[in-house]
Design a protein. Structure first.
Length: 346
Protein backbone atom coordinates (compact mmCIF):
# COMPACT_ATOMS: atom_id res chain seq x y z
CA UNK A 1 0.00 0.00 0.00
CA UNK A 2 1.41 3.44 -0.93
CA UNK A 3 2.59 5.66 1.90
CA UNK A 4 0.20 8.51 2.81
CA UNK A 5 3.09 10.87 2.11
CA UNK A 6 2.92 9.72 -1.53
CA UNK A 7 -0.77 10.52 -1.96
CA UNK A 8 -1.84 13.64 -3.83
CA UNK A 9 -4.97 15.73 -3.30
CA UNK A 10 -6.26 18.17 -5.93
CA UNK A 11 -8.64 21.03 -5.20
CA UNK A 12 -10.07 22.97 -8.12
CA UNK A 13 -11.45 20.62 -10.77
CA UNK A 14 -11.65 23.03 -13.68
CA UNK A 15 -9.47 22.85 -16.78
CA UNK A 16 -6.04 22.99 -15.11
CA UNK A 17 -6.90 20.76 -12.15
CA UNK A 18 -8.48 18.16 -14.42
CA UNK A 19 -5.53 18.25 -16.82
CA UNK A 20 -3.00 17.77 -13.99
CA UNK A 21 -5.08 14.98 -12.44
CA UNK A 22 -5.40 13.14 -15.77
CA UNK A 23 -1.68 13.44 -16.41
CA UNK A 24 -0.76 12.10 -12.96
CA UNK A 25 -2.97 9.04 -13.42
CA UNK A 26 -1.35 8.49 -16.85
CA UNK A 27 1.97 7.58 -15.24
CA UNK A 28 3.05 3.92 -15.58
CA UNK A 29 2.77 3.57 -11.79
CA UNK A 30 0.41 6.37 -10.80
CA UNK A 31 0.16 7.69 -7.25
CA UNK A 32 -3.13 7.72 -5.35
CA UNK A 33 -4.94 10.92 -6.37
CA UNK A 34 -7.92 12.28 -4.42
CA UNK A 35 -10.21 14.87 -6.02
CA UNK A 36 -11.63 17.35 -3.51
CA UNK A 37 -15.03 18.73 -4.51
CA UNK A 38 -16.79 21.64 -2.83
CA UNK A 39 -20.12 21.26 -4.61
CA UNK A 40 -22.38 18.21 -4.11
CA UNK A 41 -23.47 18.39 -7.77
CA UNK A 42 -19.88 18.07 -8.99
CA UNK A 43 -19.18 15.26 -6.53
CA UNK A 44 -22.23 13.37 -7.81
CA UNK A 45 -21.22 14.00 -11.43
CA UNK A 46 -17.84 12.36 -10.85
CA UNK A 47 -19.33 9.56 -8.76
CA UNK A 48 -21.87 8.74 -11.47
CA UNK A 49 -19.04 8.44 -13.99
CA UNK A 50 -16.94 6.18 -11.82
CA UNK A 51 -14.48 8.91 -10.84
CA UNK A 52 -13.00 9.20 -14.32
CA UNK A 53 -11.58 12.23 -16.11
CA UNK A 54 -11.50 12.46 -19.89
CA UNK A 55 -8.95 14.38 -21.97
CA UNK A 56 -8.89 15.10 -25.70
CA UNK A 57 -5.63 16.34 -27.22
CA UNK A 58 -7.62 18.35 -29.79
CA UNK A 59 -11.26 19.36 -30.15
CA UNK A 60 -11.94 16.32 -32.33
CA UNK A 61 -9.31 14.03 -30.80
CA UNK A 62 -10.00 10.64 -29.30
CA UNK A 63 -11.25 10.67 -25.72
CA UNK A 64 -8.61 9.39 -23.30
CA UNK A 65 -10.20 8.47 -19.99
CA UNK A 66 -8.31 7.89 -16.77
CA UNK A 67 -9.89 6.50 -13.64
CA UNK A 68 -8.81 5.22 -10.27
CA UNK A 69 -9.36 8.55 -8.52
CA UNK A 70 -10.58 8.82 -4.96
CA UNK A 71 -13.18 11.46 -4.20
CA UNK A 72 -14.09 13.59 -1.21
CA UNK A 73 -16.89 16.10 -0.77
CA UNK A 74 -15.53 18.89 1.42
CA UNK A 75 -17.46 18.98 4.70
CA UNK A 76 -19.31 15.73 4.00
CA UNK A 77 -17.29 12.73 2.86
CA UNK A 78 -13.93 14.37 3.42
CA UNK A 79 -11.42 12.60 5.65
CA UNK A 80 -9.67 14.25 8.57
CA UNK A 81 -6.37 12.57 7.67
CA UNK A 82 -3.35 14.81 7.06
CA UNK A 83 -2.81 16.04 3.51
CA UNK A 84 0.85 15.77 2.51
CA UNK A 85 0.69 16.90 -1.15
CA UNK A 86 -1.96 19.38 -2.28
CA UNK A 87 -2.35 20.82 -5.78
CA UNK A 88 -4.46 23.98 -5.81
CA UNK A 89 -6.09 24.94 -9.11
CA UNK A 90 -8.99 27.10 -7.96
CA UNK A 91 -9.33 30.72 -9.08
CA UNK A 92 -6.90 33.02 -7.26
CA UNK A 93 -9.73 34.84 -5.53
CA UNK A 94 -11.06 31.55 -4.09
CA UNK A 95 -7.77 30.28 -2.64
CA UNK A 96 -8.38 31.16 1.00
CA UNK A 97 -12.03 30.07 1.04
CA UNK A 98 -11.11 26.78 -0.68
CA UNK A 99 -8.43 25.88 1.87
CA UNK A 100 -10.27 27.13 4.97
CA UNK A 101 -12.33 23.90 5.43
CA UNK A 102 -9.23 21.67 5.17
CA UNK A 103 -6.68 23.82 6.99
CA UNK A 104 -6.69 21.40 9.98
CA UNK A 105 -5.25 18.76 7.61
CA UNK A 106 -2.43 20.99 6.41
CA UNK A 107 0.73 22.09 8.15
CA UNK A 108 4.48 21.77 8.23
CA UNK A 109 4.17 18.24 6.84
CA UNK A 110 2.41 19.55 3.71
CA UNK A 111 3.55 20.73 0.31
CA UNK A 112 1.10 23.01 -1.50
CA UNK A 113 1.56 23.55 -5.24
CA UNK A 114 -0.38 26.49 -6.68
CA UNK A 115 -1.30 26.27 -10.38
CA UNK A 116 -2.98 29.67 -10.70
CA UNK A 117 -2.92 33.00 -12.49
CA UNK A 118 -1.85 36.17 -10.72
CA UNK A 119 0.21 36.86 -7.62
CA UNK A 120 -0.46 37.48 -3.95
CA UNK A 121 -2.20 34.22 -3.03
CA UNK A 122 0.65 33.03 -0.80
CA UNK A 123 0.56 36.32 1.11
CA UNK A 124 -3.18 35.78 1.69
CA UNK A 125 -2.65 32.19 2.85
CA UNK A 126 0.12 33.21 5.26
CA UNK A 127 -1.99 35.99 6.72
CA UNK A 128 -5.32 34.19 7.02
CA UNK A 129 -4.67 30.42 7.06
CA UNK A 130 -1.05 29.82 8.13
CA UNK A 131 0.02 32.79 10.28
CA UNK A 132 2.44 30.68 12.33
CA UNK A 133 5.72 30.41 10.41
CA UNK A 134 6.77 27.32 12.36
CA UNK A 135 3.75 25.28 11.16
CA UNK A 136 3.49 26.73 7.66
CA UNK A 137 3.50 24.37 4.62
CA UNK A 138 6.17 24.35 1.94
CA UNK A 139 4.93 26.21 -1.13
CA UNK A 140 5.52 25.36 -4.77
CA UNK A 141 4.44 27.42 -7.77
CA UNK A 142 3.35 26.01 -11.10
CA UNK A 143 3.24 28.27 -14.16
CA UNK A 144 0.99 26.70 -16.79
CA UNK A 145 1.44 27.56 -20.45
CA UNK A 146 -0.94 24.94 -21.84
CA UNK A 147 -4.23 25.95 -23.38
CA UNK A 148 -6.88 23.81 -21.67
CA UNK A 149 -10.64 24.22 -21.44
CA UNK A 150 -13.55 22.11 -20.23
CA UNK A 151 -16.12 20.53 -22.56
CA UNK A 152 -18.04 19.12 -19.60
CA UNK A 153 -17.43 18.88 -15.84
CA UNK A 154 -15.42 15.67 -16.35
CA UNK A 155 -13.87 16.21 -19.80
CA UNK A 156 -11.01 18.59 -20.71
CA UNK A 157 -9.69 19.65 -24.12
CA UNK A 158 -5.97 20.32 -24.57
CA UNK A 159 -5.73 22.96 -27.30
CA UNK A 160 -2.41 22.28 -28.99
CA UNK A 161 0.55 20.07 -28.22
CA UNK A 162 3.19 22.78 -27.73
CA UNK A 163 2.34 23.83 -24.19
CA UNK A 164 4.66 23.61 -21.22
CA UNK A 165 4.78 24.26 -17.49
CA UNK A 166 7.38 25.53 -15.03
CA UNK A 167 7.70 24.41 -11.42
CA UNK A 168 9.70 25.65 -8.49
CA UNK A 169 9.82 25.79 -4.72
CA UNK A 170 9.12 29.18 -3.19
CA UNK A 171 11.96 30.61 -1.16
CA UNK A 172 15.71 30.94 -1.08
CA UNK A 173 18.69 28.82 -0.12
CA UNK A 174 18.25 29.24 3.64
CA UNK A 175 15.07 27.15 3.36
CA UNK A 176 16.82 24.07 1.95
CA UNK A 177 16.07 22.05 5.07
CA UNK A 178 12.38 22.17 4.21
CA UNK A 179 12.68 21.57 0.51
CA UNK A 180 13.35 17.84 0.71
CA UNK A 181 9.73 17.16 1.71
CA UNK A 182 8.59 18.66 -1.59
CA UNK A 183 10.79 16.35 -3.65
CA UNK A 184 8.08 13.70 -4.15
CA UNK A 185 5.52 16.10 -5.57
CA UNK A 186 8.12 17.91 -7.66
CA UNK A 187 9.53 14.70 -9.13
CA UNK A 188 6.18 13.16 -10.00
CA UNK A 189 4.93 16.33 -11.71
CA UNK A 190 8.14 16.47 -13.74
CA UNK A 191 7.50 12.90 -14.92
CA UNK A 192 3.78 13.30 -15.61
CA UNK A 193 2.91 12.88 -19.32
CA UNK A 194 1.51 15.84 -21.25
CA UNK A 195 2.46 18.42 -18.59
CA UNK A 196 5.91 18.96 -20.13
CA UNK A 197 7.25 20.44 -16.89
CA UNK A 198 10.62 22.02 -16.24
CA UNK A 199 12.06 22.74 -12.80
CA UNK A 200 13.29 26.26 -12.09
CA UNK A 201 15.28 27.69 -9.21
CA UNK A 202 13.53 30.39 -7.20
CA UNK A 203 15.07 33.39 -8.99
CA UNK A 204 14.20 31.98 -12.42
CA UNK A 205 10.72 30.98 -11.29
CA UNK A 206 9.98 34.44 -9.90
CA UNK A 207 11.22 36.00 -13.14
CA UNK A 208 8.96 33.68 -15.17
CA UNK A 209 6.03 34.47 -12.90
CA UNK A 210 6.52 38.21 -13.32
CA UNK A 211 6.74 37.82 -17.10
CA UNK A 212 3.47 35.89 -17.13
CA UNK A 213 1.85 38.48 -14.86
CA UNK A 214 2.87 41.30 -17.23
CA UNK A 215 1.28 39.48 -20.18
CA UNK A 216 -1.85 38.77 -18.15
CA UNK A 217 -2.09 42.42 -17.05
CA UNK A 218 -2.38 43.42 -20.70
CA UNK A 219 -4.27 40.53 -22.27
CA UNK A 220 -6.79 39.54 -19.62
CA UNK A 221 -8.53 42.86 -18.90
CA UNK A 222 -8.48 44.06 -22.52
CA UNK A 223 -9.86 40.82 -23.96
CA UNK A 224 -12.48 40.69 -21.20
CA UNK A 225 -13.65 44.28 -21.68
CA UNK A 226 -13.67 44.09 -25.48
CA UNK A 227 -14.87 40.45 -25.59
CA UNK A 228 -12.24 39.39 -28.14
CA UNK A 229 -9.62 36.66 -28.49
CA UNK A 230 -6.00 37.34 -27.61
CA UNK A 231 -4.81 37.99 -31.17
CA UNK A 232 -7.12 40.98 -31.56
CA UNK A 233 -5.15 42.92 -28.95
CA UNK A 234 -2.03 42.96 -31.10
CA UNK A 235 -3.93 43.69 -34.31
CA UNK A 236 -5.74 46.75 -32.89
CA UNK A 237 -3.30 49.66 -33.21
CA UNK A 238 -5.64 51.92 -31.24
CA UNK A 239 -4.73 49.87 -28.16
CA UNK A 240 -0.96 50.26 -28.50
CA UNK A 241 -0.69 53.56 -26.52
CA UNK A 242 -2.76 52.02 -23.70
CA UNK A 243 -0.52 48.95 -23.65
CA UNK A 244 2.51 51.23 -23.47
CA UNK A 245 1.15 53.06 -20.42
CA UNK A 246 0.27 49.78 -18.72
CA UNK A 247 3.75 48.36 -19.26
CA UNK A 248 5.45 51.57 -18.11
CA UNK A 249 3.70 51.24 -14.74
CA UNK A 250 4.34 47.50 -14.52
CA UNK A 251 8.01 47.96 -15.36
CA UNK A 252 8.42 50.60 -12.65
CA UNK A 253 6.86 48.29 -10.05
CA UNK A 254 8.85 45.21 -11.09
CA UNK A 255 12.19 47.04 -11.08
CA UNK A 256 11.51 48.39 -7.57
CA UNK A 257 10.40 45.15 -5.88
CA UNK A 258 12.42 44.66 -2.68
CA UNK A 259 12.23 40.85 -3.00
CA UNK A 260 14.42 41.06 -6.11
CA UNK A 261 17.23 42.87 -4.31
CA UNK A 262 19.03 39.73 -3.13
CA UNK A 263 18.34 37.62 -6.23
CA UNK A 264 20.57 37.28 -9.33
CA UNK A 265 18.01 38.84 -11.67
CA UNK A 266 18.94 41.46 -14.25
CA UNK A 267 16.60 44.45 -13.78
CA UNK A 268 16.82 45.22 -17.51
CA UNK A 269 14.69 42.12 -18.09
CA UNK A 270 11.80 44.19 -16.73
CA UNK A 271 12.35 47.25 -18.93
CA UNK A 272 9.39 48.40 -21.03
CA UNK A 273 10.90 47.11 -24.32
CA UNK A 274 11.59 43.71 -22.70
CA UNK A 275 8.06 43.44 -21.33
CA UNK A 276 6.61 44.50 -24.69
CA UNK A 277 8.51 41.62 -26.27
CA UNK A 278 7.09 39.21 -23.66
CA UNK A 279 3.54 40.38 -24.32
CA UNK A 280 3.98 40.22 -28.09
CA UNK A 281 5.39 36.70 -27.90
CA UNK A 282 2.54 35.60 -25.64
CA UNK A 283 -0.05 36.97 -28.06
CA UNK A 284 1.62 35.23 -31.00
CA UNK A 285 1.53 31.89 -29.17
CA UNK A 286 -2.05 32.28 -27.89
CA UNK A 287 -3.67 34.35 -30.66
CA UNK A 288 -6.68 32.03 -30.96
CA UNK A 289 -7.11 31.56 -27.22
CA UNK A 290 -9.89 33.14 -25.20
CA UNK A 291 -8.41 34.45 -21.96
CA UNK A 292 -9.62 33.07 -18.64
CA UNK A 293 -10.83 36.53 -17.63
CA UNK A 294 -12.90 36.86 -20.79
CA UNK A 295 -14.45 33.44 -20.14
CA UNK A 296 -15.13 34.30 -16.50
CA UNK A 297 -16.88 37.51 -17.50
CA UNK A 298 -18.91 35.76 -20.21
CA UNK A 299 -20.14 33.20 -17.67
CA UNK A 300 -20.88 35.71 -14.91
CA UNK A 301 -18.09 34.44 -12.66
CA UNK A 302 -15.80 36.49 -10.44
CA UNK A 303 -12.59 37.37 -12.29
CA UNK A 304 -9.02 37.26 -11.01
CA UNK A 305 -8.40 40.95 -11.74
CA UNK A 306 -7.48 41.71 -8.11
CA UNK A 307 -4.61 39.22 -8.30
CA UNK A 308 -3.40 40.46 -11.69
CA UNK A 309 -3.64 44.22 -12.26
CA UNK A 310 -4.79 44.53 -8.64
CA UNK A 311 -1.47 43.08 -7.46
CA UNK A 312 0.35 45.79 -9.45
CA UNK A 313 -1.81 48.40 -7.71
CA UNK A 314 -1.07 47.05 -4.22
CA UNK A 315 2.65 46.83 -4.79
CA UNK A 316 2.70 50.22 -6.52
CA UNK A 317 1.03 51.78 -3.47
CA UNK A 318 3.64 50.20 -1.18
CA UNK A 319 6.43 51.55 -3.39
CA UNK A 320 4.81 54.98 -3.96
CA UNK A 321 4.48 54.35 -7.71
CA UNK A 322 1.42 55.73 -9.51
CA UNK A 323 -0.39 53.01 -11.48
CA UNK A 324 -3.36 54.97 -12.79
CA UNK A 325 -3.77 52.96 -16.01
CA UNK A 326 -3.82 49.63 -14.18
CA UNK A 327 -6.29 51.14 -11.69
CA UNK A 328 -8.64 52.26 -14.47
CA UNK A 329 -8.63 48.83 -16.14
CA UNK A 330 -9.20 47.13 -12.80
CA UNK A 331 -12.24 49.29 -12.09
CA UNK A 332 -13.63 48.73 -15.60
CA UNK A 333 -13.38 44.95 -15.22
CA UNK A 334 -14.94 45.04 -11.75
CA UNK A 335 -17.79 47.26 -12.98
CA UNK A 336 -18.47 45.11 -16.04
CA UNK A 337 -18.31 41.94 -13.92
CA UNK A 338 -20.91 43.33 -11.51
CA UNK A 339 -23.24 44.16 -14.41
CA UNK A 340 -22.79 40.70 -15.92
CA UNK A 341 -23.45 39.00 -12.57
CA UNK A 342 -26.59 41.06 -11.98
CA UNK A 343 -27.86 40.33 -15.48
CA UNK A 344 -27.27 36.63 -15.00
CA UNK A 345 -29.18 36.68 -11.71
CA UNK A 346 -32.40 38.02 -13.26
Amino acid sequence: MPSPTHSIHIIGLGSIGSFVAHSLRSLPTPPPVTLLAHRPALYQEFASRGWKIGLRLTEDGALQEKGGFNGELIGKTASSDPIHNLIVAVKASATVSALEPIKHRLGRHSTICLFQNGMGQIDDLNERIFPDVSTRPTYMLGIMRHGVYMRSPTEAILAGANGAASLGIVGNDNQKSRKSQADFLMDILLRAPSLNCERLQWADLLQAQLFKLAANCVLNPLTAILDVRNGCIKDNQDLWPLQGRLLKEISAVFQSLPELQSLPIDRDLFSVPSLKSVVSDTIDKTAQNSSSMREDMRKGRQTEIEYINGWILRRGKELDIDCETNACLTQLVLAKSRVGTNDGAR
